[in-house]
Structures are given as C-alpha cells and as structure tokens.
Design a protein around this ligand. Sequence first.
Ligand SMILES: *Cc1c(COP(=O)(O)O)cnc(C)c1O
Length: 360
Amino acid sequence: MRINVARSSMPPFEEYCEEIRPLWESRWLTNSGEKSLALEAALAAYLDAPEVVLFSNGHLALEAAIRAMGLAGEVITTPFTFASTTHALVRCGCVPVFADVRESDLTMDPALAERLITPRTTAILPVHVYGNYCDVEALRAVADRHGLPVLYDAAHAFGATLGGRGAAAFGDASMFSFHATKVFHTIEGGAIACHDAALADRLRLERNFGITGPETAVSVGGNAKLNEFQAAMGLCNLRHLQDEIVKRRAVCAAYRQRLSGVPGLRLLPAGEGCNCAYFPVLLEGFRFSRDEAFAALARHDIYARKYFYPLTSALACYEGQFDPGRTPVALRASEHVLTLPLYADLSFSDVNRICDILLG
Ligand SMILES: *Cc1c(COP(=O)(O)O)cnc(C)c1O
C-alpha cells in the first residue's frame, strides 16, 4: 500500500456530525459564526496569545498580516521555507532579503539577519522549521535594537512549546497554517495570533473586505474567511491534538532508534517541546545521495519529500532575481534534506521497512 509523507488526521465521524448539527438549525455557515468564534477563543488559550484571527488558509493569513502591519520596502527573511513565505512578501510589494540559516536547526541566523538591516528594512519574517523554534530571544534583541517588528511563519510550530510557552508567545505576530497535512488542521485554514488588539482589528478588516457595517468599508480588504464547517473540524481535531502528538513522538522515536549514529545521516535535534511535525534527515556522505534515497523509497511506493527544496530564492518564478549562493548553509541543506513519512498511525513495521530500504 502506498505510503505518503503525510496523512490527514480525522476525528471520529460521529463526533464531526455532532459538531456540525447546530449549523442545520442556525443556517449560519460563515462570517464569524459560533464555531469559528469558539475556535478562536480555544486557540488563543492554547497558543498563548490574546488575539487569534482565523483565515481561510495560512498563506492569506500571512498576506493579511503583512498588509495589516504596514510592511513595505525590505523584509529580512529566510529562503529555507515553503514558497508561501516568500510569495506573500512579493505579492504584497515587499522585497525579501534572505538571511542564511544556522547549521544546527536550519532556522534564521540572528547575527546574519542583523547585518542585512538597512534604513529600508521594515520587519523580520523568520520561520520556525520542522517544529523547532528559531532563537526567539536573539531575534527579539535584534528587532528591538532596530525598532523592527517580528512576524513569524509558525506554520510548523503548532503544538510545539518552548520553555512552557505556547507557539504564539514570541514576536509581534505569528502565522499558523491549518492545512490538511499539518499536525492540526481545519481541512484548509490558518490564523494570525498576535498581542495587539488594534492589529487584530485590522486583520479582521483584511479578512472581510474592510467592512465595518452594512453600509461602510473603511479599507480595501479581501475575502479570506474560514467557514463554520472548517471551524467545526478544528474544534474536533483540537480535542485529539495531544493524542496526535504523542503518537507522532512514538513514530519519531522509532525512526531515531534505527537512524541515529549512522555515518552520513544527520538527524536534526528535536527540542523538548517539539511537536514532531516532520522527520527530516540530511544525507551527506551516505550510501545514497538524497535524490537516490528518494527514488529508492519511491520504488517501494513510499513517498518522502524533498522539503524544503529548492530554496525559495531558487524558484523558477524568481529566476535571475536572487542568488541562492549567498545563503550557503540553506542551499546545502536544501540539497541534502529529505523528510520521511510521518503521521500518527504510521505503523512501526512501516517505519522499519522505510529504515531497511535506507540502510540496506
Ligand atoms: C503550510 C505552510 C504555509 C502555507 O500554509 P497554507 O495554509 O497551505 O496556505 C506557509 N509556510 C509554511 C512554512 C508552511 O509549512
């Protein structure tokens, strides 16, 4: 049977049916209905931020945050990410300036980021990678020295904790993705969690045409609302989240047992509060190159993912605009990394089969 890199978690069917039953009575299907209000409140508590604004997906949430925070000119960011992070900046008229990542966890290097700050810089947009946090304190210090806001792409960090704090405790705002393949999902969906009520108000305007009343629009907002059926899926999945993470931890532990200490294979450290969102391995000087390992697994109908590859600065749509060679650590990681299949009910026998294929 085919094994994909991810498999969506599903709540019990009856639980979801119960959750959506009231929608047949109220017929309130979108526009901040009871399910999405309940989900926003639950997420604010869980993520450790006073304000959570839900969106139809993580990408539009990020674009809304860039606009609502008034970012323009240059934004310091990382190329070791999903296309969304860089595209959001470019689509909002900002110029991404790429800082290299740290070898240890592939998150933005704060010292290198600081060197790229110019009078045109308006913010820092780092990415928490694979459920491991950036050096949030060092980034805060850099941002404060230069009076810049920090907007995190926290799409990988949902369910991860750092020093007992939730995933949105750091920075001015954090974007989360609730796409079907993430640790927690609403089928499609996303959110911005932030610490400023005025920013949350502007985000809600971005989400719903800038409308403040039946006859007024005060800003040129778009439409990026999460509907009630998606919010209901989120309320169900949230009840099972801890179980989901515990099961993922067990799968990761099984991989680690087989793959740690193997020459030519580097495993990234998973911090104490890691959510086990991904299981990346870096293959350098191993019996297989990364691409060979990918192909060997694919021959057995097992689909790992070259993630993140290529760097966003090397995407075809940006040809000639950026030089991926200026972030050598990120470039090298992108050429050697493979994320292995990981989901809550991936069986130990499948983990062993995957490791057998890799180790030969
Ligand atoms: C998933 C993801 C996004 C985009 O989220 P969507 O909800 O799919 O729009 C952005 N950044 C990162 C790092 C992601 O993993």
